[in-house]
Design a protein around this ligand. Structure first.
Ligand code: NAD
Length: 340
């Protein structure tokens, strides 16, 4: 019997991606919802045929502990709320998936990891691209040094933000701007292609063309990640302009790249030897089925809370580098590497 998933927060990502993906999963299914909006509860109840017993609001959420139909809680709220809901789900004794970025501070990440450990339940971050064939191919080619050691990487990810989700430009709710939301994919892509963590970072904020909208958070950012062997990665993110969505690595004997790289579909890749002929797959369905498989077979997830902590630590280091204009060491970042 497929595991029951409850989505917490029925915004754009839950509505447009996760709920439809849960109609395609094999090992888990949409069994419940947590929402503060009664009209959404009514609509989802009808559309997905949900029993009243599996519909919660933010006040009644903790009663999910007594509901055996819900195995997995998936937290899809603004970033600053992730910690509270992961901790409450842990106390309710549920397995948890938490959206990216994991939290607005490393301290929150550590509390979340500790709560999940105490609960003895599985915990993963909503890193969908780890389950996407082109990204898996970048990991394989990069980490096995198919074209020799990688010497240079480049990654861009950004879009023109139209304020449809105002929490994204609230420092308090989002923790930061496009670096937290979109730049995180560049940080991840670079690390799993290189197969190493950087030793330091430098960074620069982009000028603000819309200081009213970007009053609290950066409008854009460019940064560099430096590796122990001298390799460097040049990255860029923005909420002010549509950047190309791209991940590229140059090695001693060739190159590999994805463009478009980071979307929900339409990913295309090529290497010096030609196009990657790989399929586009339903990423979120694969990601959630992999997590359900980890729960069912007691396997470790490839995208654990510790990886979420690592990335939040790296994002903090990049902010510190931009704020100080100095090179910032990343030696204290938790040493989690991506497995293929
Ligand atoms: P959204 O604004 O569309 O949805 C957020 C939901 O949280 C809304 O339904 C809102 O009502 C609810 N909410 C509860 N308390 C709130 C509060 N105090 N302030 C604001 N909203 C509140 O945002 P989204 O795009 O669905 O993003 C939700 C999460 O999913 C974020 O963590 C985001 O980073 C993540 N996300 C991940 C991906 C991915 O590809 N993995 C894509 C999009 C979003």
């Amino acid at each position: 019997k497929p595991l029951g998933v409850a989505l917490v927060g029925l915004g754009k990502y839950s509505t447009g991606q996760l709920a439809p993906a849960l109609q395609q999963t094999k090992l888990c299914r949409l069994a419940g919802i947590v929402t503060g909006t009664p009209a959404k509860a009514a609509q989802w109840k009808q559309q997905y045929n949900l029993p009243d017993a599996n519909i919660y609001n933010y006040q009644t959420f903790d009663r999910i502990a007594d509901n055996p139909a819900i195995d997995i809680v998936y937290v899809v709220l603004p970033v600053a709320l992730h910690a509270e809901y992961v901790e409450r789900a842990a106390r309710a004794g549920k397995h948890v998936i938490c959206e990216k970025p994991m939290a607005t501070s490393a301290e929150d990440c550590r509390r979340m990891i500790a709560a999940m450990q105490k609960a003895g339940k599985k915990f993963s971050i909503g890193y969908r691209l780890h389950f996407e064939p082109h990204h898996q191919e970048m990991m394989r080619l990069g980490q096995t040094q198919s074209f020799g050691p990688i010497t240079h990487l480049a990654a861009d990810n950004g879009f023109r933000f139209n304020n449809d989700t105002p929490w994204r430009v609230s420092k308090q709710l989002a923790g930061g701007g496009p670096l937290m939301d979109m730049g995180i994919y560049c940080v991840q892509g670079v690390i799993y292609t290189k197969g190493q963590l950087p030793v330091s970072v430098t960074a620069k904020f982009a000028p603000k063309t819309n200081p009213t909208l970007f009053r609290e958070v950066e409008e854009g950012m460019s940064w560099q990640m430096q590796f122990a062997d001298g390799a460097v990665a040049d990255c860029r993110t923005s909420y002010g302009e549509n950047l190309s969505s791209r991940l590229r690595a140059e090695a001693a004997n060739g190159w590999l790249e994805l463009e478009p790289a980071f979307g929900y579909g339409g990913i295309a890749g090529r290497t010096r030897q030609g196009a990657m002929s790989l399929p586009n797959v339903p990423q979120q369905a694969r990601q959630m089925d992999d997590f359900a498989d980890c729960v069912l077979t007691n396997k470790p997830t490839r995208v654990p809370g510790e990886m979420g902590l690592r990335d939040v630590q790296l994002l903090s280091a990049i902010y510190r580098a931009a704020e100080t204009g100095q090179k910032v060491s990343t030696k204290d970042v938790v040493a989690v590497l991506d497995k293929m």
